[in-house]
Write a protein that binds this ligand. Structure first.
Ligand SMILES: [Mg+2]
Length: 318
């Protein structure tokens, strides 16, 4: 079978010299979490050993996730199980980046959020006024009520003023949420449209099962309002500026970006100027990698999982 991207090599197919060169080519690893460090449905074998080995080899580790639906405590517990104590944990995800952005622009107004409660709590805990909902369902026989509710959305109310609409993954997202967001954006041209995760696909266990991501819903809102969201998750430009600044990256090529998604992870790695490694342990199969036709979303190398680093270092040592 002739692969379109057949020049992209598996790290374990490199010659011993090439493996050594690769291992020495980066000082920092920035890695995605879901699909590479663990699955939503359970652990990925030997990731803990691989991460410990990389630490021993002097690699700095940081984690850049698109998942702002875990509390900080949950993240800490998960990483502790992988041998990364909380004082060593460097993690960035859309809820944290959103807080950082709102602080940077000195947001004083309320933020209407289409996101999980955990995500919204990150904002509430920093003192932001968060609006959400509606939470009630509209049934067909209460049609008059939904007309009333939709009509109310169009009416200008100044209390509290909404300065931003924030959209992330929300399993309860509905037409009513999108309508409400649209009204805020149309009423006030200065109301910002922000997005966290923009994934179209959220893989569950690396076995082809996946969930529709928020990307589709954001697209509806963008099309309905003619606005383009500022994306604070991967592969957003705004996030890449934050990351380069936060980690004081002066030589982007000395950072290896690791992830399982072509658009989110490899696209983001390209945007930052990083080296890129795709792991096939999550949402992308070898066939998908080989058939992908956007050069900026392709990795420099690929591997089956984090565990391949264990073999890589063994091969170099022999
Ligand atoms: Mg992932």
């Amino acid at each position: 079978m002739k692969y379109q991207n057949g020049q992209i090599r598996h790290i374990l197919d490199l010659s011993k010299d090439e493996k050594r060169k690769f291992a020495q080519s980066f000082d920092t690893i920035m890695s995605d979490c879901d699909g590479v460090v663990w699955h939503f449905t359970g652990p990925i074998p030997n990731v803990d050993k691989a991460l410990q080995l990389l630490k021993q080899k002097g690699k700095k580790l940081a984690f850049i996730s698109n998942n702002g639906m875990r509390t900080m405590e949950e993240y800490k517990q998960k990483f502790l199980k992988l041998g990364i104590p909380s004082h060593e944990l460097e993690i960035v995800h859309p809820a944290l980046t959103t807080v950082r952005y709102l602080k940077a622009i000195n947001m004083q107004d309320a933020v209407y959020c289409i996101a999980t409660e955990v995500f919204k709590d990150y904002l509430r805990n920093e003192g932001y006024v968060v609006l959400d909902g509606p939470k009630e369902q509209f049934s067909d026989d209460r049609a008059a009520d939904s007309v009333r509710v939709f009509t109310e959305y169009f009416e200008e109310t100044e209390s509290p003023k909404v300065g931003a609409v924030m959209m992330d993954l929300d399993c309860n997202v509905s037409l009513a949420h999108l309508m409400r967001a649209k009204c805020y954006l149309q009423r006030n041209p200065n109301c910002l449209l922000l997005a966290g995760a923009t994934d179209y696909i959220v893989p569950l266990g690396g076995d082809g099962r996946d969930v529709m991501g928020p990307g589709y819903f954001l697209e509806i809102l963008e099309r309905a309002t003619g606005r383009e969201a500022l994306v604070l998750g991967k592969p957003g430009q705004a996030l890449s500026q934050f990351i380069l600044e936060q980690f004081n990256v002066t030589q982007p090529k000395r950072t290896l970006f690791i992830g399982d998604m072509l658009m989110q992870d490899m696209g983001f790695g390209s945007r930052c100027g990083f080296q890129k490694l795709l792991l096939l342990s999550g949402g992308t199969s070898l066939e998908m990698l080989m058939a992908h036709n956007k050069p900026e979303e392709l990795p420099d190398f690929y591997a089956d999982s984090f565990a391949d680093f264990i073999q890589l270092y063994k091969d170099i040592a022999e």
